[in-house]
Design a protein around this ligand. Structure first.
Ligand code: PLP
Length: 451
């Protein structure tokens, strides 16, 4: 039997994160050097390393018997809890019936793109998840490359919007931002909102990293600045380290009454409702409690310590520039200063750079520029600083909170040796490249990994 795949699917590329997974598995398992059995230095995966908060796990266990379908928009207890959560943490007044629960924000963003007419404006660099969805839905789209500060320029946004003929445009705003780790402040959001009002731009504000802001008091939701035109998405995946639970939510703009019915229709058609036990467990994650509050504080402090270290160490490598993260567990490293040497070594694209870094002896996994919706020849990469044992590090942090700058550095050395060694490997790679020595050093270097 030969199956014929629908042309619409044939035309879609495998999302970059899945390609990356396969690529890393193939590469690291091949290394013949015994001392490399540790795998690789993992700067590629965007997953919180911490355990799911105990209170969520316990609530899930208590609700496992709930086999009935849930309401399409989410169980009332959860929509209530999300409403209160938004008031408490983000200062947004949102009645529960403006909230829809879905199987992850990725799906909800897809659903929003399905119901909203218009040309999509995608600022770059961007999270690797948006573009395949936009392409799948065959929507018109335009990139909006950011400038040196890596943030949306309101003037550029206006210029682009003026060129677009569509009655409605959709801006995908990701704040805090994957891959740069940067946070937009209130003024920056207000300037973007002014352009959006003027140019009839609807905003999908992906705020999945909101709780990871190192200084949480600095976070401002676009839902507060531009409530009439913003769809805010958020969920359990990053803040509660529960990506595998597949639970996200979207807050609809005020007065979007007729849209809500259209949206419900799409959700009911595509997945009926999110798993009922998971929704009950999520209530415990969104309810205000000292346990969850402490979890947010500890995890964001650890992300900050790892982020500061990674930023300083990478910036100290000659020719390397990095964004200084305000949130998330990523930063964007710019290796373009090495472009001539990379070209000379026949490393002509960012994908090739990722490949050159994963082979022996470097064994360092990064996400290259084209996966971040940058030019293929842009040697920028996302560096995720989460390659450590989250449960152990959480405990160690509580037992002995590092205070001074040297204690914080020591904390990284003691708790995240793979981050420390991985950055050394990146440094070594560029040193070898400079010396035109990439290949020759391969054999010698293996001993360094274990030391
Ligand atoms: C910017 C951004 N948005 C959305 C998601 C997906 O979130 P969810 O697990 O809720 O689908 C991710 C996950 O990596 C992300 O980085």
């Amino acid at each position: 039997m030969k199956f014929i795949v629908d042309q619409q699917v044939e035309d879609i590329e495998m999302p970059e994160n899945l390609k990356l997974n396969t690529f890393l598995q193939e590469f690291h398992s091949d290394c013949p050097h015994k001392e490399c059995g540790f795998g690789f230095y993992g700067f590629a995966f965007g997953q919180s390393p911490f355990p799911v908060p105990q209170i969520i796990q316990d609530t899930l266990i208590k609700n496992v018997h709930k086999g009935e379908y849930a309401a399409v928009s989410g169980i009332p207890e959860l929509r209530n809890a999300i409403s209160k959560y938004n008031k408490h943490y983000f200062g947004i007044d949102v009645i529960p019936n403006r909230i829809y629960v879905g199987p992850g924000t990725k799906e909800l963003i897809f659903n929003l793109l399905e119901i909203l007419h218009g040309t999509v404006i995608l600022p770059t660099p961007a999270w690797l998840g948006y573009l395949p969805q936009i392409r799948f839905l065959k929507k018109n789209y335009h990139m909006l490359p950011t400038r040196a500060n890596k943030k949306i320029s309101p003037a550029d946004l206006r210029k682009l919007a003026l060129r677009l003929q569509d009655r409605q445009k959709i801006l995908i705003l990701n704040n805090p931002h994957n891959p740069t780790g940067l946070l937009y402040d209130k003024l920056e959001l207000e300037e973007i909102a002014d352009v959006c009002r003027e140019q009839n731009i609807t905003v999908i504000s992906d705020e999945i990293y909101a709780q990871t802001c190192y200084d949480f008091s600095k976070f401002v939701s676009m839902g507060k600045i531009y409530p009439e035109g913003t769809f805010v998405t958020n969920g359990l995946s990053k803040s509660h380290a529960a990506g595998g639970y597949r639970l996200g939510y979207v807050i609809f703009p005020q007065h979007a009454i007729e849209l809500k019915d259209q949206f419900k229709k799409i959700l009911a058609t595509e997945y009926t409702a999110v798993s009922t036990p998971i929704q009950h467990a999520a209530v415990a994650g969104f309810e205000i409690s000292s346990e969850i509050d402490e979890y947010f504080e500890v995890t964001r402090n650890i992300h900050q310590i790892m982020g500061e270290y990674t930023y300083h160490e990478l910036s100290a490598i000659e020719g390397v520039k990095a964004t200084k993260p305000d949130a998330t567990f990523y930063l964007l490293a710019d290796f373009n200063a090495y472009s001539p040497e990379l070209q000379k070594a026949k490393i002509s694209t960012s994908q090739k750079l990722s490949e050159a870094l994963i082979v022996h002896p470097y064994h360092t996994a990064i996400v290259g520029g084209d996966s971040l919706v940058l030019e293929r020849t842009d040697f920028s990469a996302r560096i995720a600083f989460v390659d450590y044992n989250g449960a152990a590090v959480y405990k160690n942090y509580l037992e002995n909170k590092p205070k001074t700058s040297s204690e914080r550095t020591q904390f990284v050395k003691d708790n995240a040796p793979k981050i420390v060694l991985g950055i050394k490997m990146i440094e070594q790679f560029f040193e070898d490249l400079k010396k035109n020595n990439l290949h020759e050093l391969n054999a010698k270097k293996s001993s360094m990994i274990t030391s």
